[in-house]
Design a protein around this ligand. Structure first.
Ligand SMILES: Cc1cc2nc3c(=O)[nH]c(=O)nc-3n(C[C@H](O)[C@H](O)[C@H](O)COP(=O)(O)O)c2cc1C
Length: 326
């Protein structure tokens, strides 16, 4: 057990913020597999300020379970502060305010948001101090290791961020220039937890239980963030949580279990977003659930073209029938 501020976090896995994926339904789905904390996807300060209805849908719902982090992005201190007021007026149903300091997308960094902050450490720290003062919730940040290979500055930043008053730092162990490619740089992150006394969380390339064990051993961090590694493999969270609680190594799920998980998530998405939008989101996610099983390649295309829950049900039936034949 460990704490962020004075809130106890009951596990070693955290659902990473993922734009377009970690919606309300997705967060609730992953909580059922044991993740100890969920982040919303990144939420635009401008969207909040301009009262964009869609932006407000990204915020936690009244029925959201806890703990939850709301992730905010923006490139100007004054706008971030206004956006925090907007969030606080809209909802109290979250535990942490997270600042996105790692997004590499040009649309965001061009406006000085996301990981562009890492290029200006003084401005960054001044902004964080103000945000910490303004937010009634503990503030956390998510960073990358630096802008590019020549400007890796996360180790200098960690104590400064701690001093600025943040309660947790999540580090995606890639540079901005790496985007999502190449390996996460665990080689640069030996014992980084010793650099600060607030908890650290590491993000990058956690696909298996052994990846999680290694990441925590190398860095000394309190938890791992699950991102692409849990897409289509939600049981990874259960495997990691169980291992750290009991030492037991749970077997990977069968194809049948995977199809059940897929069906459950699709129904939750449809409940959240309605059938049309829910299935559109599932088109991008569903095929991950059958990844690595023999003969399933042909179904990948079908899953990316489905339009209704009924389509998905038929595809799942076909896969199960095919599995019976071999
Ligand atoms: C589709 C997608 C969307 C993402 N959206 C966000 C986001 O909104 N905020 C954020 O801080 N990171 C975001 N990330 C980064 C992840 O949280 C995570 O740090 C990154 O994927 C590295 O972990 P991985 O190698 O295990 O995938 C996103 C990643 C992906 C793949």
């Amino acid at each position: 057990m460990w704490k962020i501020g004075n809130i106890e976090i009951k596990g070693k896995t955290i659902l990473a913020p993922m734009a377009g994926i970690t919606t309300f339904a997705y967060r609730e789905f992953m909580r059922s597999f044991g993740v100890a904390l969920c982040y919303t996807e990144m939420i635009s300060d401008s969207g909040l300020i301009f009262n964009n209805e869609k932006t407000y849908e990204y915020l936690p719902r009244p029925e959201e379970k806890r703990p939850t982090s709301v992730q905010l992005f923006g490139g100007e201190t004054t706008k971030l502060l206004v956006a925090i007021e907007k969030i606080e007026k809209h909802t109290d149903n979250y535990d942490f305010l997270d600042l996105n300091l790692g997004c590499p997308v040009p649309k965001v960094t061009r406006n000085n948001g996301g990981s562009a902050w890492l290029k200006h450490p003084n401005e960054l720290i001044a902004m964080v101090e103000k945000v910490v003062k303004r937010s009634t919730k503990p503030v956390t940040v998510k960073i990358r290791i630096g802008w590019d290979e020549k400007h890796i500055n996360f180790k200098e930043l960690l104590p400064k961020l701690e001093e600025a008053g943040v309660s947790l730092i999540a580090i995606h162990l890639r540079t901005t220039k790496q985007l999502y490619g190449g390996k996460a740089r665990y080689d640069l992150a030996q014992n980084i937890q010793n650099l600060v006394s607030i908890p650290l969380v590491v993000s990058g390339d956690i696909y298996t239980l052994d990846d999680a064990i290694k990441a925590l051993e190398i860095t000394g961090a309190q938890a791992v963030m699950l991102a692409r590694g849990q897409l289509g493999n939600p049981f990874l969270a259960t495997q990691i949580e169980t291992y750290f609680k009991t030492g037991e190594r749970l077997k990977d799920p069968s194809l049948y279990q995977q199809l059940d998980y897929l069906w459950t998530l699709a129904n939750m998405m449809v409940e959240e977003k309605g059938e049309h939008m829910g299935i559109l989101v599932m088109r991008g996610i569903a095929h991950h659930f059958i990844k690595g099983f023999p003969f399933t390649k042909t179904y990948k295309v079908k899953l990316t073209k489905m339009s209704t829950l009924n389509d998905l049900e038929l595809i799942i039936k076909e896969i199960k029938n095919q599995a019976l034949l071999i």
